[in-house]
Write a protein that binds this ligand. Structure first.
Ligand code: RFL
Ligand code: PHB
Length: 387
């Protein structure tokens, strides 16, 4: 097989890249290790920045998003009996959109299929080689046949645990990372949300988050130990902790059957540069953030926008300048999001029995309640519109 851009991974980054390239007349092949059902059913992000919504709309993916996406003008920071509303719209003129990553992925797969795209799932053994040449290659077993895909460039969109980043020689890569001593237990619940907006709760027992997917599905998270297993968390324990952490006089959390549950570790990570010769990394393959800032999916979509524009310039005008700038352009935004995500994480999570840290967090939350400047900075970062 021969293609222009070989894409490893059919998450939001790989699928969106393939879609954008096709609209510019550039051919690609996408190879994904997992099954289509698995990729569609994987419950992950839910918050789209306005820039992400525009990127999806501009790529012709806005119809269902406009119908089913929930536009939120603000969110709440809750601490003890206090609640501060961060008035995103009032402070910046913009809001966020709640639309599950699963839905973005479904829309992308439908669009790619309708265009007759080369989208291959359940490809277990993708290998990338000849990266030093002008014809890098993917080899894999596709539909039972050993296949070679010759490419002009390879896009590593295979997430944090993928293979592509590991092909960059250690001497050509710098890695930056931070682990956090907590994880998130996430549940999806068949019940209407108990609030019109997201609630990020600081509590002495640990962080909790009330989010949603639709008018009938609530998404909830609890700070937990990163080594906890799902068996440690009975339904009774989950609901008791959520009640304790999210509670506020006059407000009650609605319950319902738990449809899905999972535990996620929290990590910050950046690989620099996001390119090695003809290999370009995009999305979680190059960087991850703890989910507190809701940035991962948004960064993936941004990377792909920059990469696609650069590839279009390369194919149409033969200029390599934009490809050379790809990594720096993405990393500027990535590091802003790293700073914000680390800040939100350390602001809201319980740090063991560190009483100093708890006092510091409360002082910051009180400051956000009183200072329009502080709330505006937070709102701009949350929306992804900070300079
Ligand atoms: P993905 O989604 O991980 O997709 C990578 C794909 O590559 C495949 N793959 C391979 N394919 C072929 N060969 C191999 N050797 C392969 N190795 C891997 C994988 O199977 C997979 O299909 O990365 P991508 O496309 O870069 O997208 C990134 C986002 O998925 C991620 O950043 C977000 O989900 C992060 N995130 C959030 N981001 C937000 O913007 N807003 C949020 O509200 C938000 N909440 C979250 C989150 C992530 C979470 N978890 C579970 C990590 C909440 C949670 C709980
Ligand atoms: C979600 O709805 O999954 C979600 C919302 C906000 C976050 C992270 C995850 O910060």
């Amino acid at each position: 097989m021969r293609t222009q851009v070989g894409i490893v991974g059919a998450g939001p980054a790989g699928l969106f890249l393939s879609h954008r390239l096709a609209r510019a007349g550039i051919d690609s092949v996408v190879l994904e290790r997992r099954s289509e059902d698995y990729v569609i059913q994987r419950v992950r992000a839910g918050v789209l920045e306005p820039g992400t919504v525009s990127a999806l709309e501009d790529a012709g993916l806005g119809a269902r998003l406009a119908r089913e996406g929930l536009v939120h003008d603000g969110f709440e920071l809750r601490f003890g009996e206090r609640g501060v509303r961060i008035d995103l719209r009032g402070l910046t003129g913009q809001g966020i959109t709640i639309y599950g990553q699963q839905e973005v992925v479904k829309d992308l797969i439908a669009a790619r299929r309708a265009a007759g795209a080369a989208l291959h799932f359940e490809v277990p053994d993708v290998a990338i080689d000849r990266l030093d040449s002008e014809r890098p290659r993917l080899t894999a077993t596709i539909d039972g046949h050993r296949t070679t895909v010759e490419c002009d460039v390879v896009a590593g969109c295979d997430g944090f645990h993928g293979i592509s980043r590991g092909l960059i020689p250690a001497s050509a890569l710098r890695e930056y990372s931070r682990e956090y001593p907590y994880g998130w237990l996430g549940i999806l619940v068949s019940a209407p949300p108990s609030s019109d907006e997201l609630i990020y709760a600081w509590h002495e027992r640990g962080f909790a988050l009330h989010s949603m997917r639709s008018p009938t599905v609530t998404r909830l998270y609890l700070q937990c130990d990163p080594d906890d297993r799902l068996e440690d968390w009975s339904d009774g324990r989950i609901w008791a902790e959520l009640d304790a952490r999210l509670t506020r006089p006059g407000w009650q959390l609605g319950r319902g059957p738990i449809l899905e549950r999972g535990i996620t570790p929290m990590r910050s990570y950046v690989a620099e540069p996001m390119r090695y010769r003809r290999l370009f990394l995009a999305g979680d393959a190059a960087h991850i953030v703890p989910p507190t800032g809701a940035k991962g999916l948004n960064l993936a979509i941004h990377d792909v926008g920059v990469l696609c524009d650069a590839l279009v310039a390369w194919y149409r005008e033969g200029t390599e300048e934009a490809l050379d700038r790809y990594s720096d352009r993405c990393l500027a935004r990535v590091w802003r999001a790293q700073a914000f995500s680390a800040r939100m994480t350390t602001l809201l999570h319980r740090a063991g029995d560190d009483r100093y840290e708890a006092k510091r967090q409360r002082a910051e939350l009180e400051h956000l309640a009183r200072s329009i400047a502080a709330a505006t900075t937070l709102a701009e970062d949350y929306l992804g519109i900070a300079g």
